[in-house]
Design a protein around this ligand. Structure first.
Ligand code: CA
Length: 245
């Protein structure tokens, strides 16, 4: 039995910030789903995350034929978004220093998928009840975790948890992580900004996703949970249940 890809997305300003600088995109026709978390004053953050979403959306305007070209195109699109952000920041002093994360999932109909990733937004996959993080945060605290200096939970709560080691809009070129995946019927992907993962431990996100059925309800519930736990940042979630159609 084959099913169609289903998705649900929510974004919320949170309970503290006055502006939402996150962006997201869902396109079942091209198989592209993404979250971008912008930074920079004077509303420049939302400009940067918007450029990332627009650039990836317009460059990846048709379903790639195979995983190799999907990875190449995703990488090129992320690099082009980086260049555009730098260019627009150079042209307008109010936008100087703007930047963004981007975590993009490209699902192909042949059961493959590719994740392109820069920054500390995340992609997870729930499969047969097992909740797996498939991206690695480009943060200073993540480096400390890998060196054994911090536990993941201490890193999550650390005052420097937001310090990025890689982002779009910082240097002339950017190297995205490209993660190749094979999806199965019944898998559920979560893309999210750190407004979710900074507020809620992975274990509770997993519980919530395992115990729901409806994608829209689960997307609502994730945002509610982030806000109940403090809502200190903008929160964006994109859920994707891949299918063949
Ligand atoms: Ca954020």
């Amino acid at each position: 039995m084959s099913s169609r890809t289903r998705h649900a997305a929510r974004t919320h300003v949170g309970r503290v910030r006055s502006q939402n600088e996150d962006a997201h995109l869902e396109n079942p026709d091209t198989g592209l789903y993404l979250v971008a978390d912008g930074m920079g004053g004077h509303a420049a953050g939302e400009v940067a995350s918007g450029i990332a979403a627009d650039t990836l959306g317009s460059r990846l305007d048709s379903l790639p034929p195979d995983a190799d070209s999907a990875a190449d195109e995703l990488s090129e699109a992320i690099r082009e978004a980086n260049s555009r952000i730098l260019r627009e920041a150079a042209e307008d002093p109010a936008r100087e220093g703007m930047g963004t994360t981007v975590t993009a999932l490209l699902t192909l109909r042949d059961g493959r998928s590719v994740v392109g990733h820069v920054g500390d937004s995340r992609a997870y996959r729930l499969r047969d009840g097992e909740f797996l993080r498939i991206t690695r945060d480009h943060t200073w605290v993540q480096e400390q975790v890998e060196r054994g200096g911090l536990t993941p939970e201490a890193a999550r709560l650390h005052s420097a948890s937001g310090v990025l080691t890689r982002a779009l809009g910082v240097e002339a070129d950017v190297e995205p992580d490209l993660i190749r995946e094979e999806w199965r019927e019944g898998d559920l992907y979560l893309l999210c900004s750190d407004g979710l993962t900074g507020m809620v431990p992975d274990r509770r996100i997993a519980e919530l996703l395992r115990n729901g059925e409806d994608l829209e309800e689960r997307a609502d519930a994730l945002v509610e949970l982030a806000n109940r736990e403090g809502g200190r940042d903008n929160v964006t979630v994109v859920l994707v249940a891949p299918g063949e159609g």
